[in-house]
Design a protein around this ligand. Structure first.
Ligand code: SF4
Length: 367
């Protein structure tokens, strides 16, 4: 969904500030047309996904009429029998009872709330403008409507943040008893306003040691609270992992629709052009870019990198047949084991706790 109420200065997702209801309706009609074009492809299987994730931008910012059209349209096009998980991303200020009722009718059983922090000063540093108390209201509204599972998205390593404020965010998040938590360190992505401000010296990032201490505090506190740490930045109560995101980390197939949406089918990947105007003006399948079929060595590296993000790691049985004896990545793995960044269990190769802290540098060398 490409629409947002405001463009947060750290965000590098494709989204635009657009609150014209005609444009929202036009977008939904075009989105449904894209579904029809996919279904009409020669040999296309029926649209019967195991999971749906409506994200990007702020889906719950879509006007209610547009949501009703989308709900009716999806209901006619998708066989929901196989659907195990249906997630919608939401910002707390957009959660209203009528919309939640509509989502429950549509089959949505999981909501992912962008809380980011519960400290007004830190929210301001992120350019997020919601009232922190609104997160608790949003969780209660979603649960009252019958949405069974709630994820809370949080960010750490925010300029000006200290460990005391991190603890306060963890306290506030845990008090809401979420089923799942995604906790990402703030990153300075190229071509964002935040990064331009950093380059101009207008933003003071926190130090690497403090960021590492924050991550370790998150690891310890969420483990003590009974959460299963199943991916570098994701924790779940037992039985509540995000099935949809596991598709990405398991290198499985998925289909994305809408401007900027990425797809990955049978090793081939592509991305719809991230441009709403182009998307609306196109017919049938929208213009695609970054169409790639990685060569086998690269595909193995990507699978290794994604699989090691998971706490279970990658299966040794797969690794032994996927990496030829002379593959230089074997030496990287051996050195990483010697450096206590990777470890072998009886069946898997996985990151150590030290490796979790240094994962970005290590994983990039394994592609
Ligand atoms: S609300 Fe989310 S998608 Fe929209 S600009 Fe902010 S971070 Fe990006």
């Amino acid at each position: 969904m490409p629409f947002c109420f405001h463009k947060c200065h750290y965000c590098d997702f494709y989204s635009i500030v657009e609150n014209d209801d005609d444009r929202h309706n036009h977008f939904v009609a075009r989105l449904l047309e894209e579904f029809d074009a996919l279904a009409a492809l020669p040999g296309a299987p029926p649209l019967a996904p195991r999971s749906i994730f409506i994200g990007g931008g702020t889906p719950t910012f879509l006007y209610p009429d547009a949501w009703r059209s989308l709900a009716r349209g999806l209901d006619r096009r998708i066989d929901r029998h196989r659907l195990a998980e249906f997630t919608v991303e939401a910002n707390p200020e957009t959660i209203e009872p009528p919309l939640m009722d509509l989502l429950v009718d549509l089959g949505v059983n999981r909501i992912s709330l962008g809380a980011q922090s519960f400290q007004p000063r830190l929210l301001k540093a992120l350019e997020r403008w919601h009232d922190p108390a609104g997160v608790a209201r949003a969780v209660a509204t979603a649960r009252r409507a019958g949405i069974g599972r709630v994820n809370i998205d949080l960010i750490f390593a925010i300029p000006g943040q200290d460990l005391h404020q991190l603890d306060a965010d963890l306290d506030a998040a845990l008090a809401l008893e979420p089923d799942h938590l995604s906790y990402y360190g703030l990153t300075y992505e190229p071509n964002t306003t935040l990064t331009r401000r950093l380059e101009r010296g207008q933003v003071q990032p926190i130090g690497e040691d403090l960021a590492a201490a924050m991550y370790e505090r998150i690891l310890d506190r969420l483990e003590a609270a009974g959460f299963v740490h199943y991916e570098i930045s994701n924790w779940a109560r037992p039985g509540h992992t995000c099935r949809h995101n596991l598709l990405y980390w398991h290198d499985a197939d998925w289909l994305g629709v809408g401007p900027g949406a990425a797809s990955h089918i049978g090793g081939q990947r592509w991305k719809n052009a991230p441009h709403l105007g182009l998307y609306l003006a196109s017919r049938g399948l929208p213009p695609a870019q970054d169409v790639e079929l990685p060569d086998p060595a690269r595909a193995t590296g990507e699978r290794l990198m994604m699989g090691l993000r998971l706490r279970e790691g990658v299966a040794l049985a797969w690794l032994s047949q996927a990496l030829p004896a002379d593959d230089p990545r074997r030496a990287v793995i051996h050195q990483a084991i010697a450096d206590n960044l990777l470890e072998q269990t009886a069946t898997h190769l996985r990151l150590t706790r030290r490796g979790l802290l240094l994962a970005d540098d290590l994983l990039i060398r394994l592609i």
